[in-house]
Design a protein. Structure first.
Length: 516
């Protein structure tokens, strides 16, 4: 995927390399760095100073231009590339112990015999459990270049044995399509969590799965909390629902000629489509929802999207670091600017969601008033739609605040629900698999809600969270359904989390009612 990260050479590099283009301010910056290096009272690292200066400059431009140190470049690209190199496990940290949560099929960990519930005690002889190591440090030990060897030492509680494995690292896929199943007869559901280079192929497989397992009459694409990613992947998704040659998104910038990305004309699905969005739907997700709305090809359901419509290009620096610089803005086919305003500064920009909540926009759509200058029309039915940053839905779904109580927020902030579910699954995994050999048996038969509630209450008391029985009763049904979904995910895979949690997905329930 070299083209994704290649420097914008023909346009920019001449500006970087010719002495004539160095401004007076640029010379001043170089002089300042030299002065600090040679005259400052203490020893300093010029690399750190330069990085801080670059960050400060980019912060003055917009909220999305950024600097990535050389040490973080590889990790920062993983989500876009759709894979990383390692052994293929997910894990959690419980009571200072690294516990395998899931093993990815076909990857080195599965081939080597690693099982969910195994404890990782050492990686290449370095202790990772019982030493107060941060969970974020563990991947740096386990991951490595494809073809290299890593020694994993495990403790398996079910047989009370320590096991040493030597695994050869390989490419590990990062799935961006988390689920594809029927939420009602004829109504297919696909959850897309981000847009990487592998998303189009994953999406096609999801559509194929739905066609093979039922009669696909209507489709719901869930882009809620999807922060975006690769623009071309968004264009590819839209291309399944628009004829070839339709405008999907355009890019415009002062130093960039206007360019238009058009639909590719892939296999067409002419069924009705609904797209679910919320205030955390951003970037490539807004390209999809904006294009399908502009062409009257889908009904957008939810709340106004985030409004991230700035285009970044990656410019490698001489030390292996990168500057990701905004070079253009995204516009929908009708001409709407996806990017919301950011003149109030970066801090205020990222408080926008909080401000929407305070102003009532997440609860009541009438709290937003549009001037005539923000009115646009769809391109087929000429319906009125609005610009101003983000994509406004056709059908508004208010944020459900009924369970968002102070007690619920405290439990979430402390990670208590997730911790209780992971511990319960870890302690009972073998018995659960034996009792519920497949997901359908689990979905119908799992009745351990009282035990889960008792464990949550116990953890809450240990964390000194004060509450009344009435407060817990108010949120109990929500927490217990979330718990059942988390346990299903650990036992059977990520998709099954979504099978369980659908009653709490108000956007999805609205879409089902709309289609019916």
């Amino acid at each position: 995927m070299k083209h994704l990260f290649a420097p914008f050479t023909m346009l920019i590099m001449p500006l970087l390399l010719t002495a004539q283009s160095v401004s007076r301010e640029g010379i001043k910056l170089a002089q300042s760095l030299s002065l600090i290096e040679n005259a400052y009272v203490d020893t300093i690292t010029s690399e750190n100073i330069a990085g801080a200066a670059i960050r400060a400059m980019l912060n003055e431009l917009d909220p999305h231009s950024s600097y990535v140190p050389a040490s973080d470049v590889a990790e920062s690209r993983e989500g876009l590339e759709g894979n990383f190199e390692g052994i293929g496990v997910t894990y959690v940290m419980i009571n200072d112990t690294v516990i395998i949560d899931q093993v990815i099929q076909g990857c080195p960990a599965e081939k080597g015999g690693i099982l969910p519930g195994d404890r990782i005690t050492h990686v290449d002889g370095i202790a990772v459990s019982g030493v107060k190591m941060k969970l974020s440090q563990v991947p740096k030990l386990i991951r490595g270049s494809k073809g290299t060897t890593v020694k994993i030492t495990l403790f398996r509680p079910s047989v009370n044995e320590t096991i040493d494995l030597r695994l050869i690292r390989d490419k590990i896929p990062l799935n961006s399509v988390d689920a594809a199943f029927y939420v009602s007869p004829g109504i297919g559901y696909i959850k897309v969590s981000n847009f990487s280079v592998t998303t189009p192929e994953e999406f096609r497989k999801a559509l194929s799965t739905l066609e093979k397992t039922g009669k696909l009459k209507k489709l719901i694409i869930d882009l809620q909390s999807n922060g975006g990613g690769v623009m071309q992947s968004a264009v590819d998704i839209v291309s399944h629902f628009l004829p070839k040659g339709r405008n999907v998104v355009s890019m415009r910038g002062v130093h960039l000629p206007t360019s238009i990305s058009k639909s590719e004309g892939y296999k067409q699905y002419k069924i009705p489509v609904a797209v679910l969005v919320d205030e955390y739907t951003a970037s490539a997700s807004e390209i999809v929802s904006g294009a399908l709305q502009d062409w009257d090809r889908a009904t957008i359901i939810g709340r106004r999207t985030f409004g991230k419509g700035l285009v970044q290009r990656i410019f490698p620096m001489n030390d292996g670091s990168e500057i990701r610089l905004t070079i253009a803005r995204y516009y929908t086919p009708s001409g709407r600017n996806i990017q919301k305003p950011y003149k109030g500064g970066v801090d205020n920009y990222y408080k926008d969601i909080e401000n929407r909540y305070k102003h009532g926009e997440l609860i009541n759509p009438d709290s937003v008033q549009f001037p005539d200058s923000l009115k646009y029309s769809t391109l087929v039915k000429h319906r009125t739609i609005y610009g101003g940053g983000g994509i406004f839905p056709d059908i508004f779904v208010p944020l459900d605040t009924s369970f968002n109580t102070p007690l619920y927020r405290k439990l979430v902030a402390k990670g208590i629900v997730n911790k209780v579910c992971r511990q319960y699954t870890d302690q009972n995994r073998d018995a659960l698999i034996k009792q519920y050999p497949d997901f359908e048996a689990y979905k119908a038969g799992f009745k351990e809600e009282e035990k889960i509630r008792e464990n949550i209450e116990k953890e809450a008391k240990e964390e000194k969270i004060e509450y009344t029985a009435e407060e817990l009763d108010k949120i109990s049904s929500t927490i217990l359904l979330q718990s059942k979904a988390i346990i299903a995910q650990s036992l059977y895979g990520t998709e099954y989390f979504y099978h369980i949690i659908t009653p709490l997905n108000d956007g999805l329930q609205t879409a089902i009612k709309f289609f019916k």
